[in-house]
Design a protein around this ligand. Structure first.
Ligand code: HEC
Ligand code: HEC
Length: 214
């Protein structure tokens, strides 16, 4: 009677196999969790420490402003709902529209022409997997803004895509920001290196994000 294997027991793994399996599962889980944690740590910049200094802050923003208003950045931060093109920031030919999410409308989606990487050659679409304008409900306009207006807008979470200080610092390494320094053939670069821009950006924020007088 004792040796009789009940039908359902035939499908059950033995106790050893079961325990081994569970052990492996937890070891795996722990390895994943630890790996994940160190990865997150590596990505985050050191916590932003604010040391207020209005003079240093305004000076740093002067450099930041020059980059923001350069065609490589402003062309995606236009006043209207049509992106801009070229070093003279003219309206984008064929007038693709922003659309609710900034990705274009109907048959004129940005990604139809803008590939994940730059298309080789002159006057071809620059590429990025995430190429789009800011969304219709938060347009993040740079074009036409004075340094004072833009400085205030950039740190206002209701206008900047709900970014806090940490998120703003991190945005210096955003894919679309970096795309400005890989603009495709025939386009000018922003007026300073990405490293210089990032330094000015973080200095401006960490000294109190003061807005210039005008
Ligand atoms: C029908 C194809 C097409 C569509 C759709 C399109 N683009 Fe373009 N885009 C181009 C081409 C081609 C260029 C390069 C033009 C040139 O350099 O003369 C360009 C250039 C640009 C530039 C200029 C980049 C720079 O650094 O000066 C921006 C910004 C841009 N597009 C944004 C967008 C956005 C945002 C969308 C969607 C709302 C979009 N485009 C949809 C073809 C397209
Ligand atoms: C292909 C279009 C595109 C280009 C080119 C581009 N941006 Fe943007 N930018 C966006 C989009 C879309 C958002 C909104 C996404 C987000 O908030 O994360 C944004 C958001 C921002 C923000 C946050 C807005 C705020 O008020 O704080 C900053 C800062 C910014 N961009 C700076 C730049 C700089 C600097 C460059 C040039 C070196 C640049 N962008 C080039 C599309 C672009």
């Amino acid at each position: 009677m004792n040796n009789l294997v009940k039908p359902w027991q035939r499908f059950m793994p033995s106790r050893t196999v079961l325990i081994m399996g569970l052990l492996l599962y937890f070891v795996g889980l722990m390895a994943f969790a630890m790996n994940h944690k160190t990865e997150l740590k590596k990505e985050l910049p050191p916590h932003v420490v604010i040391r207020k200094d209005s003079v240093a802050s305004v000076k740093a923003f002067t450099a930041v402003y020059k980059v923001l208003m350069s065609p490589r950045c402003m062309n995606c931060h236009p006043q209207g709902d049509i992106p801009l093109q070229g070093d003279d920031s003219h309206l984008h030919t064929m007038f693709p529209k922003r659309g609710l999410e900034g990705k274009g409308v109907l048959a004129m989606k940005c990604a139809n022409c803008h590939q994940p990487t730059n298309t080789p050659g002159l006057n071809t679409p620059p590429g990025n997997p995430n190429w789009h304008l800011p969304p219709a409900d938060m347009k993040m306009v740079f074009q036409g803004k004075t340094p004072r207006q833009l400085a205030k807008q950039l740190v206002d979470p209701q206008l900047n895509g709900h970014k806090d200080m940490q998120k703003l610092v991190e945005h210096a390494d955003d894919g679309l920001v970096k795309a400005g320094w890989n603009p495709g053939e025939g386009r000018s670069l922003p007026p300073m290196s990405h490293a210089e821009f990032k330094k000015a950006w973080i200095t401006w924020l960490s000294t109190g994000a003061y807005a210039p007088k005008k």
